[in-house]
Design a protein around this ligand. Structure first.
Ligand SMILES: [Zn+2]
Ligand SMILES: [Zn+2]
Length: 337
């Protein structure tokens, strides 16, 4: 059985904006593969001489700092507008997300909006279903959705998919600063590790674990949302694509692996909408709302989710506690899918 891809409607702007240059594709490959090789080489490293608590603390710290920059910033805020942020938070989110080394913010957002516009259909930059549904086609599709798509030379047209960000001077500047932020994200752990241990060796091990390994692991977790979370897992909500909730990645992905719920309600600030579904990013947005940095947060609406429920699933999402009363307030529906 082969998958027939439906042709999406045409709009005024072309989908692609030419091809990436050879240098650009080379750099994408380099930064995707080198940290991964570093991770493999790390296995023989032993605790006590090449790895210590300072490295672990820095690796975890930078993992979540940059990861939340992507999940809260690039994804829920810049791509989907799940809340409004003050200028400081907006800049901080763009900068920390850029430090995840997943590309500059505007390109990331354009690709991801294109993913939602064409999810698992022709035009989706990273659908694992691109080649069909046979085992061989899915193996090829998994690779394509996980990281192969990054090596494609086609470039999503930001004029069409992210004109709001192109017009924003702060964001356009941070977008241009991506190479500098890459240097920062790689060097900061080394500098901190060196200062804490007051040794060159401490700087080197921190660079290894908290720069290279940390970037590699976050890359694979993020890519898994594109690959695994469109292949395996639970589908409690009706979506026009094959998105699924894959629980094993809930913590590592900071709530992004509740991907079926996300595709069912793309502008929602919380993806883990059902009972027991950990969503660290949503908790932090809640905290930003408490201190007043985030406003007009689009907490999921139980009645909207209930309408999208697939047969066989109970309507009861997670308990709506006092702290989350905002969930039940009605806000205008600006959802984009
Ligand atoms: Zn998706
Ligand atoms: Zn999304």
């Amino acid at each position: 059985m082969t998958q027939t891809l439906q042709r999406p409607p045409n709009t005024a702007e072309p989908m692609l904006a030419g091809e990436k240059s050879r240098t650009e594709t080379f750099l994408v490959k380099l930064f995707a593969v080198v940290p991964l090789l570093a991770l493999a080489a790390a296995v023989p490293f032993a605790w006590g001489w090449g790895l210590g608590w300072t490295d672990v603390a820095l690796a975890i710290g930078f993992y979540f700092l940059t990861g939340l920059g992507v999940t809260i910033g690039f994804h829920r805020y810049f791509t989907h507008g799940a809340f409004k942020a003050n200028r400081g938070l907006r800049i901080a989110l763009a900068a920390t997300g850029s430090m995840a080394m997943q590309g500059p913010v505007i390109g990331w957002v354009a690709d991801h909006r294109r993913h939602h516009a064409f999810a698992d259909r022709e035009g989706d930059p990273h659908s694992p279903w691109r080649y069909g549904t046979s085992a061989a086609a899915l193996a090829k599709g998994f690779w394509h959705a996980h990281m192969g798509w990054l090596f494609d030379r086609e470039k999503t047209n930001a004029q069409r998919f992210a004109p709001d960000l192109l017009a924003d001077r702060d964001i356009a500047r941070i977008d241009r600063w991506f190479p500098a932020l890459t240097v920062v994200t790689l060097l900061a752990p080394a500098v901190l590790g060196g200062l804490v241990t007051m040794s060159w060796w401490g700087a080197l091990t921190a660079f290894f674990w908290a720069s290279l390994v940390r970037v590699a692991v976050l890359h694979h977790v993020t890519w898994s949302v594109n690959s695994l979370c469109h292949m395996i897992g639970d589908r409690p909500y009706a979506a026009r694509d094959k998105s699924a909730n894959f629980w094993p990645l809930a913590i590592a992905s900071m709530g992004e692996s509740w991907h079926n719920s996300h595709h069912a309600d793309p502008t929602g600030a919380r993806h883990g909408v059902r009972r027991g579904q950990l969503d660290m990013s949503a908790r932090l947005i809640w905290l930003f709302e408490k201190v007043g940095w985030a406003t007009e947060v689009r907490w999921p609406k139980p009645e909207r989710l209930a309408r999208k429920l697939n047969p066989g699933y109970s309507a009861a999402p997670r308990g709506f506690g006092k702290a989350e009363r905002g969930l039940l307030t009605e806000t205008p529906d600006r959802s984009r899918s």
